[in-house]
Design a protein around this ligand. Structure first.
Ligand code: ZN
Ligand code: ZN
Length: 142
């Protein structure tokens, strides 16, 4: 991971880089856990004992406003954060709240042509709800 690139990434969206912001950005880019603000705070405070929860939370919101992170809710009303650099869909288990990344091509959306008279669609990110195979084993049809 090149620190200079991360600096540039923040500057491009008008965010002044500092060590906490760069560390937060690195965490989000590397993490596949769809972490809560609390979990991110706990991880970062292991390295930076002087970081506050408010710093983590406020910077997550700042990143969200600048479209650097995605934010969504699980069935337990937890707010989860995810790096927005790689487009994908999410599956959320209603029982255990686990979150799975789904590749863009795994979901096909059909848009009513009348919609295209009022909006210009550039992409889609979908939250799909259900129950994961760990919570309810799925029989193999074959
Ligand atoms: Zn589950
Ligand atoms: Zn994700």
């Amino acid at each position: 991971m090149h620190a200079a690139m991360d600096d540039q990434l923040l500057e491009n969206v008008g965010i002044k880089p500092n060590r906490y912001r760069l560390e937060l950005l690195r965490f989000l880019k590397c993490s596949r856990d769809h972490a809560t603000a609390e979990t991110i705070y706990q991880t970062l405070s292991g390295k930076y004992p002087d970081i506050s929860f408010a710093t983590v939370y406020n910077n997550l919101n700042l990143f969200y406003k600048q479209h650097l992170v995605r934010r969504f809710f699980t069935s337990e009303r937890e707010t989860r954060y995810d790096w927005a650099g790689v487009p994908h869909h999410h599956f959320i288990c209603q029982k255990c709240s686990s979150v799975l990344d789904l590749p863009p091509e795994s979901v096909t959306l059909t848009v009513d042509p009348s919609l295209e008279r009022t909006v210009r669609i550039q992409g889609a990110e979908t939250l799909i709800y259900g129950v994961c195979a760990r919570c309810e084993p799925i029989d193999d049809p074959q």
